[in-house]
Design a protein around this ligand. Sequence first.
Ligand code: 5RP
Length: 266
Amino acid sequence: MDWGMKNRLSQLIQSDGRALFLPIDHGYFQGPTRKLEEPGKTIEPLLPYADAIMLTRGVLRSCVDPIKTKPIILRVSGGTSMARKEELSHEGITTSVREVIRLNASAVSLSIFVGSEHEHESLLNLSNLVNECEEYDIPVMAVTAVGAELEKREARYLALCCRIAAELGARVVKTYYCKEGFEKVVRGCPVPVVIAGGPKVESELDVFEFVHDGIQKGAIGVNLGRNIWQSDYPVAMIRAIRAIIHENATPKEAQELFSSIKKGKQ
Ligand code: 5RP
């Protein structure tokens, strides 16, 4: 691996081989998502505990201090909105590689929509982006997206998406966790896998359990947004998840840490 690629990847994936990415890119198709109305304020207390943040160029420029930040994973796909849910898979590339370099991003990310009407287009978006980014040693993280079809998140489908993303040149793949067969998803993907969160789940313990299980089954970490910053205790949440990822905490230990931070004891 060339120096630039290695250097950028090591800004994202820490020396223990693990990673906690904090995505705040949701507005690119969802508009002002709950608790992300003012992204700069949302992430300020969370930044010390994130290894990287994932966002669009617009929010980066307008809401993030260039002096006090973390490595950037720049979302460069989009062009759709919740107003046309049936068209969510019809993304294009929104940001030039020249701009990626100007913004000093450590990586770029885009969504692929396997099995959707626009599968072919999204996979060529990935291939073309890899062609351009590899010239500058910029890693591409592929997001295996399902649009509004959340029921698609099962092992066979996710394994298909992850493998295709890696075959087309993604350096990291972000995919959903699934309870059954997640180890097969990771085993079939020759590049590191990070777990996406999806909509906020019932309890904190549910989050700690799926993150822990995903890591045990081979994921290197998470790209987790709403289950952190939509929590009433986002700092306690990110610190507890960080303990699972970087300190091998069990779900129970993460829950105890969460409770004690929530009560102001840490
Ligand atoms: C949107 C994204 C988000 O970054 C991703 O969904 C992760 O955030 P969350 O944990 O809130 O699902 O890629 O397409």
